[in-house]
Design a protein around this ligand. Structure first.
Ligand code: FES
Length: 150
């Protein structure tokens, strides 16, 4: 039985269609539950994910971002997942520089057959983000919105 948690985090998961997206689908077929906080965005390969897209997600209300690509050595575009990992590490550095927890962005690798691992990764990541609390960027946005509405 899969553990569930109550959380109101907003997490965007950029998933490669060849692996993590299919693994998420498999998790659904197997009726493995993972937190509804995860919003999946399908990519042709994680190597296509631009640094700005991750920052854009964080800037527009996401508390965290998962990037999930094929197992190392199995990327259909050879080095896309390696490039993605390098980008994720750079994004973590950027977040640290501006005072935001780098743990809010994480790279995962899995195959399409790893539905259970996808569900577990989604759950563990959501627990981590729930413990961190809402993104400071989201709080900032809320304050700005409230100030404008007054
Ligand atoms: Fe899956 Fe590149 S094709 S990460």
């Amino acid at each position: 039985m899969t553990k569930t948690i109550n959380s109101h985090s907003q997490i965007v998961a950029f998933c490669c269609r060849y692996c993590a997206y299919a693994a998420a689908d498999l998790a659904g077929v197997l009726r493995l539950r993972y937190p509804p906080d995860i919003r999946i965005v399908q990519l042709p390969c994680t190597g296509r994910l631009d640094t700005l897209e991750v920052l854009h997600a964080l800037e527009h209300g996401a508390d965290a971002v998962m990037v999930a690509g094929c197992l190392e050595g199995d990327c259909h575009f050879q080095r896309g997942n390696i490039v993605a990992r390098t980008r994720v590490n750079r994004i973590k550095e950027l977040l640290t520089e501006i005072g935001i927890e780098p743990e809010r962005v994480e790279m995962f690798n899995m195959s399409s057959a790893m539905g259970r691992q996808f569900a577990e990764a989604a759950l563990e990541f959501t627990e981590r983000i729930t413990a961190l609390g809402p993104s400071p960027l989201r709080s900032g946005l809320k304050e700005i919105t409230e100030a404008v509405e007054m």
